[in-house]
Design a protein. Structure first.
Length: 324
């Protein structure tokens, strides 16, 4: 009797998953063609190791040690947002840079997101005038035009590349197939973090080992609920000593206050997206290593607390994958 029950339950579960997959895939296709069919122009032209640098406050602790040994010259670097304002940017000379947050992509969004226009001008001015090596700069493909107008970057050394950041929906077996061809990105719903796009770009560029720094993901340590039951959040970044942020009411993209339930649901999706990215990396034979001590991401390999995060040789000897 229990066998028959399990069999019936399995059949109905399979039918439900097929129906869910069909409607999800149909919705994804509608979004794809509504945005305009776009294939991210990434080919596996890179190899070896890349260090992806997040915004987390832990990055501040490890940055001074990055150039302690000559090992850093043998790997590529991928940075985000305001990193160009750090002196170390011109020592590391990153090969890849990325913006995904709407506030960085147009003047209108910058005003809505309360992004400092003066800081953005410093970022864009430095990119325009000071970058004298080849730099790939990635933005969502549907914001590429507005970004170019906003930034006014015409530096011949900077290649501005549009990335298809449309989250995949539908049948799970087709997820990695679509993402490897640059038609979608392997996340549930909403990217949630610039780091996920940076990892995706690194995988599709062909890197064997992807080291993650500054991906603390301990957002819940920076929230509070005020006397009016408003969820308040403080953005904590590794550069927060220079550009201090204050505790402010959390709003969603529609301008509505975010509840505690919404906040943690969003976090659950974010960590779920990292699990999907881990699966995608394995299917692409890429190796992701979390080098951020005390990071809350549990989807990837991670270095132990007694291993120095800047010791690239030790990390790769223990956790790395041979270069193809």
């Amino acid at each position: 009797m229990s066998f028959i029950y399990r069999a019936i339950k399995y059949i109905f579960s399979s039918i439900a998953n097929c129906i869910k997959g069909f409607f999800g895939f149909s919705y994804w296709l509608l979004q794809l063609f509504h945005r305009g069919l776009y294939i991210t122009p990434l080919k596996k032209t890179c190899s070896g190791t890349i260090a992806v640098m997040g915004n987390g406050p832990s990055l501040k602790e490890v940055l001074p040690f990055f150039t302690k040994n000559e090992e850093y010259k043998s790997i590529d670097f991928f940075v985000v947002n305001y990193f160009i304002l750090e002196e170390l940017f011109f020592v590391l000379k990153p090969k890849h840079y990325i913006f995904t947050d709407a506030g960085f992509l147009s003047s209108k969004n910058a005003e809505n997101k309360n992004v400092s226009i003066d800081m953005m001008k410093k970022v864009f001015s430095s990119m325009q005038n000071d970058v004298d090596w080849e730099l790939n700069l990635y933005v969502p493909h549907n914001r590429r035009k507005s970004f170019i107008e906003f930034s006014e970057i015409s530096n011949k050394n900077i290649n501005i590349i549009g990335v298809n950041t449309l989250p995949y929906k539908g049948f799970n077996f087709a997820r990695n197939f679509m993402c490897k061809r640059g038609i979608s990105i392997p996340v549930f719903d909403g990217v949630g973090s610039v780091i996920l796009v940076a990892i995706y770009v690194s995988i599709n560029n062909g890197y064997n080992n992807i080291l993650l720094y500054g991906v603390d993901h301990d957002f819940f340590k920076s929230i509070a609920v005020d006397d009016n039951n408003c969820l308040c959040e403080e953005d904590k970044y590794f550069y927060s000593d220079k550009y201090k942020s204050t505790l402010s009411v959390n709003y969603n993209m529609h301008g509505n206050q975010v509840s505690v339930k919404e906040f943690f649901n969003k976090l659950a999706k974010l960590f779920g997206n990292h699990e999907l990215m881990h699966n995608y990396a394995e299917s692409s034979e890429a190796n992701i290593i979390n080098c951020t001590h005390h990071s809350f991401i549990d989807a990837y390999k991670r270095i132990p607390l007694d291993m120095p995060a800047h010791d690239f040789n030790a990390i790769l000897n223990r956790f790395g994958k041979p270069h193809s």
